[in-house]
Design a binder for this molecule. Sequence first.
Ligand code: GDP
Ligand code: MG
Length: 178
Amino acid sequence: GYDDEQECDYLFKAVMIGDSAVGKSNLLSRFSRNEFRVDSKPTIGVEFAYRDVRVGDKVIKAQIWDTAGQERFRAITSSYYRGALGALVVYDISRRATFDNVDKWLDELRGFSSPDMVIVLVGNKSDVGRQLREVSEEEGRSLAEIQGLSFMETSARDNVNVDSAFLEMIAKIHLRNT
Ligand code: GDP
Ligand code: MG
């Protein structure tokens, strides 16, 4: 019926990538349903989520894909990336190894996607205390600058900057593709 079917002007696909347990699924559930899970439950079944976003006078349906526990390099197939106009590359600020792997994720991403894909680098778990932090905000920002990406630190747990990270990506996709 016409009441329950939201009209949209554009449908954009974007993907989440990054090491296992950095918080990809929780960022997506925050953004799409405002939910957070304390227990680490690997993504199974649900492979994408939607949220409608208004940009100017247009309604954009963002279709965001999440890895279904395939976070090993080259485990993700080309169909995951196919048609994606944006990506959130996520690391965990309390685990340096996840930051060190960002370059590999960017290589893989660029191997599959178009050069004008909008990429946002996301340092998640900004809520952890100073003692647990292993990657400074400056390091994240400078990597993003070198690689020509947008950058944001987020907390899926405390709901800090989550909408901003997704909305930044979606607004830039809109600028580049319409
Ligand atoms: P994924 O494997 O990248 O999808 O990561 P998950 O979303 O499954 O999260 C892995 C673990 O990190 C879970 O125990 C989450 O509760 C936890 N987590 C996710 N985001 C945050 C965050 O912003 N802060 C903190 N402290 N923990 C988080
Ligand atoms: Mg997951």
